[in-house]
Design a protein around this ligand. Structure first.
Ligand code: NI
Length: 434
């Protein structure tokens, strides 16, 4: 795509500047050339595409720090069940029947939803990740992919071998849009001896680690009984936190755990809606932020959420923190916006994105605020967190390439994907009943 000019917009660059009125954004190649007040175009800049933002808001694309994308096929397949029954009777039997084709179409369905809702980057942990990578490559999104690893049984060795293959084939692929992390599922499914091998492989391949940590009280009790400590402390003692780590949840992180997460520069993916729906608890987000932990927002898989909507997640994060503290001043809108963009990018270790400034990746969204629920314009941050919806996203761009504009997807055939994913999901549900 040639150079792009977006003008007549409010700009929320998330780089420390506040709202810039009457702004313009210039994109050349995959990068931002300029993001600031309207000015004459630089010499030699001749846009191939000029977009009139019509008074909308341009901000960095949203970062979904934790999901299992192909779980879109399990959306509303089993709601409102206790966690262990949900896993053992519904989710795992269905997942056992999934193949690469299911993962491909399920991931594409998630990509469709995320592009439509202004997500430009996501961190995914699942299986058949070669198929997931092919879906991401086609969709045009940025993603950090992990092959989920369970540390016992025959799958343990296979998972490590597949992780190595995934790194060798896809780390840095699709023009750098795809990166890979290792994905040990959790401290309670991966014993320390297995984590030691994950740590070693992570060092050898030069990639980070994506893991679920301290999600439920059941996990806290199990780790306490087996190892006499907390999941975060166990990971510290195994040496895992010496690697770049993305820790999903940390719902039950205590004050000492939080100090460790900050000290070791662990990225934390906060998933308020999944934590609420599964009854896991309330993560101490405010405490983590105060301690300097890098916190981003995630949706988790569509079986426990049930959407891939970061606008919903922003609102839930703010509301949940306030009701937990019984204090409306905690987690203000501007802080939540930061978590959903620059904070999320930092949690994933993707320093090139999450902020709109020269030299950064052109991963951005345009929000249409000419809508009844977004009038008047007292505070744009408040609007984006408390009133805007995923359906207000008018344009989604990744790496300087438009993926969604004028009500159309440019890389994906939405009708085909919805039909194919629906067929795949129906077949899985049917065979698992037999
Ligand atoms: Ni998860």
């Amino acid at each position: 795509m040639g150079p792009v000019l977006i003008h007549n917009v409010f700009l929320l660059p998330m780089d420390g500047r506040g709202v810039v009125e009457d702004a313009q954004v210039l994109v050349r190649g995959a990068e931002i050339l300029y993001a600031g007040p309207a000015a004459s175009l630089p010499e030699g800049f001749s846009p191939a595409l000029t977009i009139d933002g019509r008074g909308g808001v341009v901000m960095p694309g949203l970062v979904n720090c934790h999901t299992h994308a192909a779980m879109t096929l399990l959306r509303s397949y089993a709601d409102d069940l206790p966690l262990m029954r949900w896993l053992t009777e519904a989710i795992w039997p269905l997942e056992d029947r999934m193949d690469g084709e299911d993962i491909y179409w399920g991931t594409l369905l998630a990509c469709l939803e995320m592009i439509r809702g202004g997500v430009t980057t996501f961190a995914d942990m699942y299986f058949f990740m070669d198929a997931a990578a092919r879906a991401v490559e086609r969709a045009g999104l940025r993603a950090s992919l992990s092959r989920g690893l369970i540390g016992n049984g025959p799958a343990a060795e296979k998972g490590l071998a597949e992780s190595r293959e995934l790194v060798e084939k896809w780390h840095g692929a699709a023009g750098g849009r795809i990166t890979v992390m290792l994905g040990p599922h959790a401290p309670y499914t991966c014993p320390p001896s297995y984590l030691a091998r994950v740590i070693e492989l992570s060092g050898e391949l030069g990639v980070g680690i994506h893991i679920h940590v301290a999600e439920t009280l059941g996990e806290m009790a199990e780790i306490k009984e087996k190892y006499g400590t907390t999941p975060v402390d166990l990971l510290l003692k195994t040496g895992l936190l010496e690697r770049p780590v993305l820790a999903a949840h940390c719902v039950h992180a205590g004050p000492e755990d939080i100090a460790v997460l900050a000290d070791k520069k662990v990225g934390v993916a906060h998933n308020p809606e999944s934590n609420m729906k599964l009854g896991s608890g309330i993560a101490p987000v405010q405490d983590m932020l105060r301690a300097g932990v890098r916190v981003g927002l995630g949706t988790d898989g569509a079986a426990s959420n049930n959407d891939q909507d970061l606008f919903g997640e922003m609102r839930s994060a703010a509301m949940l923190a306030k009701v937990a503290a019984m204090d409306p001043t905690v987690l203000p809108a501007s802080r939540v916006l930061h978590m959903a963009t620059a904070g999320g990018a930092a949690a994933l270790g993707l320093s090139g994105t999450g902020v709109l400034a020269p030299g950064r990746k052109a991963d951005l969204v345009l929000i249409d605020i000419h809508q009844p629920h977004l009038i008047p314009r007292h505070d744009l941050s408040g609007h984006l967190v408390y009133a805007a919806r995923a359906s207000d996203v008018a344009l989604t761009m990744v790496d300087g390439r438009v993926l969604w504009m004028d009500g159309r997807f440019t890389t994906l055939d939405d009708e085909e994907i919805m039909a194919r994913a629906g067929e795949k999901a129906a077949r899985l549900a049917e065979t698992s009943l037999k």
